[in-house]
Design a protein around this ligand. Structure first.
Ligand code: SF4
Length: 911
């Protein structure tokens, strides 16, 4: 298209770029591709801040990986060679998972490291815990004092009183090795507010507890999602979903909310929360009735004979008879039944069902958080979804869904200490026999129930006071020094949990730490190296660095070196048997250093030594240079060599484990549990289902609160409500609504939208951050609140002021124009531990009303006495079915992170 006179003048004056000229010039060529890896230590580009002058800058580009979600996409840090500072992050094209691309949170890492309010020094509490007063201390003091407390605890012989509780993991076994060296069953995680429900459903089938969908090669992509593709594996999956769709794949999204993914779908099915199992079993029936099942896969890979023997012993033992019996077994799941349960048109059930039924081996399915973590019995969702893959023979195939462990690299460590001699009852209480993983969300309730306490409690990049349900019970636990002897918060940024710590230790963001990453983000297997980029830059410049905190901002450290140094101080003379696990495998009698730790792992990665040699370097040098390595192009059909790691060695359609552990009605996939938010359980016109477990794609739970680019995009969390419901309730856009949960209430504003199913209201649980007057940090996204302890478990939170601009060394902090920081809803949620999977059931049954006089936007009230009573009710459901065949606490074949020695898996009858 020809240009206007004004455009031509503007181009000449360089007000707008001259794309015609740049298309043919070398300069534009450079802009259109990543810099060549040979030039990474000597990269030149023009300084945008100097425009229109052409001032060249010199950079060293250092690869690392993003730390803002689990995907660990590749990043390239641009280190300004003159200032020695990181100035921006872009994608690393050598990373096989992300292939040079990132979501908004990747490049926003620069906001996190330049955050003017981040924690830069180790700090120790002054005054009472939670009082908000701190003093800076040196690392040596922090290490000595914490080591002394751990030593005292270990010397009592206790194996469960020193605990490491991780929010954002991603270090592939590093800390578990340390905990084993200390001899404690002390690993706790966030998994049971996240993926425990889905994991249970998958594990029942084949022990592998996560799916790996091959989106790029699928014919049909079926996502059950309220969170997926904007959270876990967001960018790596999103790019492959688009590739699949460009090749003709159909996208079906099951979600009561029109998510970004649903908005791109060929079919969006806004099912009632918790009804998904009914839908999938209906589609299973359609596959069977239409004869579209993979007979060979079923016959060879599924334990159908075991089911026939146990349930139909007099029937002919053939696959054809089995199929006939299956049709009878699932005959109740008609399209009409599914439509009724899901509250969607029957035509939609049939239309999407036909697409799924005809997908064959290229049916690619995924559920991660979403319905499987939302509902009582949510684990049935993944179990019934995987049933569709089993029926169509799309397990482990190209374009199908594989176990994620096939694509995940497990490092070989230089030293593996023995398994702990003990069992932590606070993490795996005996009544939750099938829980995946630790029962972390009821930790305060278990302690209140008199079932244990902790001497030393590390929270690592973990903020349960804010992210977990019933945060006031967490505050009560953390304020109680009898329950938690010493609380150490390891975090790069301030958070609501760190306010209640004894020590706050500044940990590194993505470019300030070592980690090893490997995730099943595609059909291949890769490993990536998160490295502290200024340390690598120093090495390239010929400088020696002993500890990473020497080059990081302030005194920011990394956990790896911290754990090593702490361990040596717990056992300085080696008498406790800890020190021996920290000896270098390369230098006799010396302590291992961080380079040697990773060198040992990289030397053992298949194919990496050869690739390194071809570039005239060693494996560590290769990973420092490239940041990632592709171990296997694709990992299909591994079961042909490895089989299935279940008791039967088959895909377990029929689970004897469920029978043995007291749940015979769940021996095969069925829709036997109605969600706690099933329409039949909602009473009156004012009761609704609250859908809180969805993520806005630009936020992380805690650490994005001062990432200014991300906060500017989203900083408030209104209530999504359908126009029909708004009309019934007499509210309109911006009106206030009071949302009453089982344990309290909050007041939020309304967003009227057709993007939510009628009868369901939504509210993202990633916004609503707060701090009290005495607390520091995160002023870009936190309201200032007052917290009132009114006695007898009654708590009130009020917003004193919203977000305000502030002076700092970053001029942008004085330009904040948003005032509304949203509302903290999670703190009003009751804990709802699923008796089987152990996962928290995020969806809440709520009453909606107009706030009374005096009740204002942002108000929160909670009664922790009520929350404890409510916990007891749910806990009872697990207790009444508690069964321990052969004395096993839980099935021996199921996973447990940081497994104790096998004898501790059995209940000691004398206990
Ligand atoms: S998806 Fe986004 S947040 Fe997650 S690792 Fe990749 S770039 Fe980072």
């Amino acid at each position: 298209m020809s240009k206007t006179f004004i455009e031509k003048i503007a181009q000449k004056l360089r007000i707008i770029p001259d794309l015609d000229r740049e298309h043919t010039s070398g300069a534009k060529q450079e802009l259109r591709k990543y810099p060549a890896i040979e030039d990474w230590h000597d990269h030149k580009e023009l300084d945008a801040n100097e425009w229109p002058k052409k001032v060249e800058k010199n950079y060293s580009l250092v690869p690392t990986t993003c730390f803002n979600c689990e995907s660990a996409c590749g990043l390239l840090a641009y280190v300004d060679k003159d200032s020695g500072e990181v100035t921006k992050f872009e994608g690393n094209p050598h990373h096989p998972g992300s292939r040079g691309r990132n979501c908004a949170k990747g490049p926003a890492t620069i906001n996190q490291i330049q955050d003017t309010e981040r924690i830069l020094q180790p700090m120790k509490r002054v005054g009472e815990r939670g009082g908000g007063e701190w003093e800076q201390i040196p690392w040596s003091q922090a290490l000595d004092e914490i080591a002394s407390k751990i030593r005292t605890s270990l010397k009592t012989g206790a194996r469960d009183r020193v605990v490491y509780h991780v929010g954002r993991p991603g270090h592939e076994g590093y800390t578990n090795r340390v905990l084993k060296a200390w001899g404690v069953d002390g690993h706790n995680s966030h998994t049971n507010i996240c993926s425990a429900g889905a994991r249970t459903g998958y594990a029942l089938w084949h022990h592998h507890d996560r799916p790996s969908p091959d989106h790029a090669n699928a014919d049909v992509i079926l996502l059950c999602s309220s969170h997926l593709e904007t959270g876990h594996y967001f960018n790596p999956h999103a790019q492959r979903i688009l590739e699949g769709m460009m090749d003709g794949a159909k996208l079906i999204v099951i979600d009561p909310r029109l998510s970004n993914t649903a908005s791109m779908a060929d079919h969006w099915l806004p099912t009632w929360p918790g009804s998904e199992t009914a839908l999938f079993l209906c589609w299973a029936r359609m596959i069977l009735e239409q004869g579209l099942y993979d007979r060979r896969f079923m016959e060879e890979q599924v334990n159908w004979e075991q089911w026939m023997e146990a349930v139909h012993p007099s029937e002919e033992r053939t696959i054809d008879r089995f199929i006939e019996l299956l049709k009878e077994e699932y005959s109740e799941y008609t399209a009409e039944f599914a439509a009724e349960e899901c509250r969607i048109p029957v035509e939609q059930v049939i239309e999407a069902g036909n697409i799924v039924a005809n997908a064959g081996s290229k049916l690619c399915t995924h559920v991660w958080r979403a319905a499987s973590i939302g509902n009582l019995g949510g684990w049935q969702v993944s179990r019934s979804l995987h049933f569709l893959n089993v029926l169509t023979g799309s397990v482990g195939t190209k374009g199908g869904t594989s176990p994620n462990s096939w694509s995940k690299f497990k490092p070989e460590l230089f030293n593996v200490p023995p398994d702990p001699e003990g069992w932590n009852e606070l993490h795996f209480p005996r009544e939750y026999t099938l829980s995946h993983f630790e029962m972390s969300h009821i930790l305060p309730h278990l302690i209140k129930d008199g079932r244990g306490s902790m001497d030393v409690y590390f929270t690592r990049v973990f903020n349960p006071v804010w992210t977990y349900p019933d945060g006031f019970s967490w505050i009560e636990m953390l304020q109680n020094t009898e329950a938690v002897g010493c609380h150490i918060a390891m975090t790069p940024t301030w958070n609501e949990t760190a306010f209640f710590a004894d020590y706050v230790l500044p940990m590194g963001h993505a470019s300030e730490r070592h980690d090893i990453n490997s995730y099943a983000t595609s059909s291949g297997k890769w490993v990536a190296f998160r490295q502290p980029v200024l340390r690598e830059f120093a090495r390239r410049q010929g400088e020696e660095v002993k500890f990473t905190h020497e080059v990081n901002p302030g005194q920011v450290w990394e956990e790896d070196e911290f754990w090593n140094e702490l361990s040596l101080r717990i056992d300085p003379d080696g008498e406790m048997g800890i020190k021996q696990h920290f000896r270098s495998p390369y230098r006799e009698g010396e302590t291992i250093n961080i380079d040697e730790y990773y060198q040992y792992i990289f030397e053992r990665i298949p194919g990496l030594p050869e690739a390194a040699q071809a570039e005239d370097t060693d494996p560590l040098g290769y990973m420092r240079k490239h940041g990632a390595f592709l171990i296997e192009e694709a990992t299909y059909n591994k079961h042909e060599e490895e089989g299935w790691p279940t008791p039967s060695g088959k895909q377990e359609f029929y689970s004897p484990t469920m029978i043995e552990f007291g749940y015979p009605e769940h021996s095969i996939p069925h829709y036997r549990i109605k969600s706690h938010v099933h329409p039949s359980k909602l009473e009156g016109d004012d009761e609704y289902c609250l859908l809180p477990n969805f993520r806005l794609p630009m936020h992380i739970h805690s650490r994005s609160a001062n990432a200014k680019w991300l906060v500017e995009i989203a900083h408030r969390n209104p209530i999504w409500i359908h126009p029909k419901d708004a009309e019934n309730l007499g509210v309109e856009e911006g009106s206030l609504l009071k949302i009453e949960t089982e344990i309290g209430w909050f007041v939020d504003k309304v967003w009227v939208t057709e993007a939510i199913k009628p009868g369901v209201v939504g509210c993202s649980h990633h916004i609503g951050r707060w701090r009290r007057k005495q607390d520091a940090g995160n002023r870009m996204m936190t309201n200032t609140v007052s917290i009132e302890d009114r006695g007898d478990g009654k708590w009130r939170m009020r917003t004193i002021s919203g977000i305000e601009p502030f002076e700092s060394s970053d001029a942008d902090t004085n330009r904040l124009y948003w005032r509304d920081g949203g509302v903290h809803q999670n703190i009003t949620h009751a804990v709802q531990p699923d008796p089987i999977s152990g996962s928290h059931c995020w969806l809440q049954k709520v009453k909606l009303s107009t706030p009374a006089e005096g009740e204002e936007y942002g108000d929160v009230e909670v009664d922790t006495a009520r929350s404890f009573a409510y916990y007891k009710k749910w806990n009872h459901w697990a207790k009444e079915r508690e069964t321990h065949p052969r004395g096993e606490r839980r099935p021996l074949w199921m996973k447990r992170p940081l497994s104790p020695r096998q004898e501790y898996w059995f209940i000691d009858e004398e206990e």
